[in-house]
Ligand binder design. Structure first.
Ligand SMILES: [Zn+2]
Length: 668
């Protein structure tokens, strides 16, 4: 090994260790030691080294979290120790019976219980061999699960290597992969915009994400994990469950901060009941608590019945389902004109929250569930996100229930509402429909978009009805006299609105793109698009084919972008927004690995459209030259190059083929 390779290898090891240390601090302990900027610098240095020495990339490098190709199917794996399910209990009495059984079995021995949150996610088992994560598997049927290692690796709170100074080296641990409430809410919102089916609860969302055959999709999902069982340890096993958890924590595995130990079942019960209301503030869903005998020797003595351990039991909180009456089904009009049926419910308490409405998604959903107006229905508040109607309770029908008919016209403006052949949704065809205008504006000013504080639905209602605003650009032309005429607006409140509108001019380009409300372009897609194309001009001039070749965009989205950009009204709107001072390009990075270097492209690249390649160079700090000049550093040559190639050759310039270019920008 040459000296520089050896040096690089050592530095890469150092960087991987440092980054994984900081990942633990950030993702596991929520206690970062360095700034995001310093962290990014470490990652950048590692990226650069790995681009230069691709054969030296370490298997536990953080860059390997998302790697590998999509699978055809998951291989099956047998668990080292069977993952049995727990018995359930639903009342304090049942828990006391559990305690009585445990005491009877153990005789005079003192018993301690450890109580853990029962997270509503997907059970997994991880195998670490000599400190390195080698396998991740789902619980499956308890004996045989599916191997999902590449997806598990994409979860940042799961360490790829155990801390070298911890006592654990070759172990199997069990835990739960889950999706936080906020992550699920955003994912569902994005899916709704794309017209994809929503996840009913966080468990489905976590399971659906971990069981994605394409690790890139899994990586894009906001998953986290907690570990609660040390199933096997080759080196040495602690004596209590509590000590196992402490050992896992020392090894860098994320464990719940809410685990507690008690010396009597009454204290356990008090703890469990105190969490019933607190659980709504956790930020993720739990459906109960788990009570375990602390001593592993006692666990061994107690053993198992045919299907569950005798030393542990789950306590389930009452489900967040209730029955109520479906008073009416109203139809709302969204910003793309989509007509959405909404259930109006007799108010009912579900899991501590009063529910009055539930989404019904579309007319087919109403039909599929066989809902009739006046029905008694079972509703569920799943994942703290959106209340859902689970089903009608047909036995309680009186004969007075009415069938629901989806209107064929827009309930707001009366225009025709059309359902395209391959769509589940009916849409109002009138682009100036006041309902659509209001929804578009509400989206534009919302927090994730332009974040214009104080310009919410009620002000937008007034502005649209008074004819002051009919599109986003009108917001930037608002004057104080106009606001003062509105109900409830005085000098100060009017000024606040103007200030908020004003300061939104500085929002990043990707937010502007998202705020436009282009169909299928959610927040993530907007960011991808902004980063790939860098500015609006490029997006406007890109063909559908070029757009669809951007990673993460695809045919449907590309078509929607093109449709939006080709509409003359939108073209005019964008012109006015630009005039209003909104950012129509990503801020250029001052420095990057290509900083100071000038590139020129000739011929067609097979891996990406040229505008994207140019944008990529710029995003890494490089410049694009307009022709073959002395200032040019690299000519990148694709298929069927033009005359530039001969000229560059004659001037003795550095010529890169596509492969070399991709290596240089870290895409290979
Ligand atoms: Zn309408």
């Amino acid at each position: 090994m040459s000296e520089s390779r050896e040096k690089a290898r050592r530095r890469m090891r150092e960087l991987v260790d440092a980054i994984s240390h900081h990942d633990t601090k950030y993702y596991v302990e929520d206690n970062p030691e360095i700034s995001d900027f310093e962290y990014d610098q470490l990652v950048q240095e590692l990226n650069d080294l790995e681009a230069t020495f691709p054969d030296l990339v370490l298997p536990d490098s953080p860059t390997q979290r998302v790697s590998g190709k999509a699978l055809e199917e998951f291989p099956q794996v047998e668990h080292k120790v069977a993952m049995l399910s727990l018995g359930n209990s639903y009342s304090p009495e049942e828990l006391k019976e559990f305690d009585a059984r445990v005491r009877k079995w153990l005789g005079e021995e003192k018993v301690e219980y450890v109580v853990e949150l029962k997270i509503d996610g997907l059970g997994i088992a991880l195998l670490y061999e000599d400190g390195e994560l080698t396998r991740g598997a789902t619980r499956g049927d308890g004996k045989v699960g599916e191997e999902v290692t590449q997806n598990i690796k994409t979860i940042r709170s799961i360490p790829l290597r155990l801390r070298p100074d911890s006592g654990l080296r070759t172990i199997e641990v069990r835990g739960e992969v889950y999706m936080p409430t906020e992550g699920l809410r955003r994912l569902n919102k994005d899916r709704e915009q794309r017209g994809e089916p929503l996840f009913a609860n966080p468990r489905n969302a976590a399971a659906g994400s971990v069981r994605q055959l394409d690790p890139k999709i899994a990586a894009s999902r906001p998953l986290e994990a907690f570990f609660y069982t040390l199933g096997y340890s080759k080196e040495s096993m602690p004596k209590t469950h509590e000590a196992c958890i402490e050992a896992m924590k020392q090894a860098g595995l994320r464990v719940s901060p809410h685990t507690r130990k008690f010396d009597s079942i009454d204290k356990v019960l008090g703890h469990i009941s105190s969490w019933e209301s607190k659980r709504d503030d956790l930020g993720y869903e739990i459906d109960g608590m788990v009570v375990k005998v602390n001593s592993l020797a006692q666990q061994l003595k107690l053993g198992y019945t045919a299907k569950e351990p005798r030393w542990a039991i789950a306590f389930k909180y009452p489900p967040k389902q209730m029955t109520t009456r479906l008073i009416d089904i109203q139809v709302q009009v969204g910003r793309t004109g989509a007509l959405t049926p909404v259930a109006v419910l007799e108010p009912v308490q579900v899991g501590g929250v009063t529910v009055t409405h539930a989404t019904l998604h579309n007319e087919d959903e109403v039909k599929r569930k066989g809902l009739m107006i006046g029905d008694h229905v079972l509703i569920e508040r799943a994942g703290e996100v959106i209340p859902q109607v689970v089903k009608a309770i047909v036995d309680r029908r009186t004969g007075k229930e009415r069938e629901f008919r989806m209107p064929q016209t827009c309930p707001v403006c009366g225009s025709k509402a059309v359902r395209e052949e391959d769509e589940a949704v009916r849409r109002c065809v009138n682009a100036s429909c006041p309902a659509q205008v209001k929804e578009r504006l509400t989206h534009f000013t919302s927090r994730g978009a332009m974040d214009i504080e104080g310009v919410g639905p009620s002000l937008i209602d007034q502005l649209v009805e008074k004819g002051l605003v009919s599109d986003a650009a009108d917001l930037y032309a608002l004057r104080k006299e106009q606001l003062l005429e509105l109900e409830g607006f005085a000098e100060k409140s009017s000024q606040n609105v103007l200030d908020a509108v004003n300061s939104s001019r500085g929002r990043e380009f990707d937010r502007v793109l998202y705020a436009l409300g282009i169909r299928h372009v959610g927040k993530t897609t907007a960011t991808v698009l902004a980063e790939a194309m860098r500015n609006l001009d490029r997006i406007q001039s890109a063909t559908e084919e070029e757009l669809s070749r951007i990673e993460g965009i695809g045919q449907v989205v590309a078509e929607a972008i093109r449709d939006f950009m080709d509409n003359p009204k939108n073209h005019a709107l964008l012109g006015r927004l630009r005039k209003a001072g909104l950012r129509m390009e990503l801020e250029k990075k001052a420095s990057g690995p290509l900083s100071g270097k000038t590139f020129l492209f000739t011929g067609e690249l097979s891996s990406m459209p040229r505008p994207e390649a140019e944008a990529l160079v710029q995003s890494l700090g490089g410049k694009i030259s307009r022709g073959v000049t002395k200032a040019l550093d690299y000519l990148v040559v694709g298929k069927d190059p033009g005359s530039k190639l001969a000229k560059a050759k004659s001037l003795g310039m550095t010529i890169l083929d596509e492969k070399a270019f991709l290596e240089m920008v870290g895409k290979k």
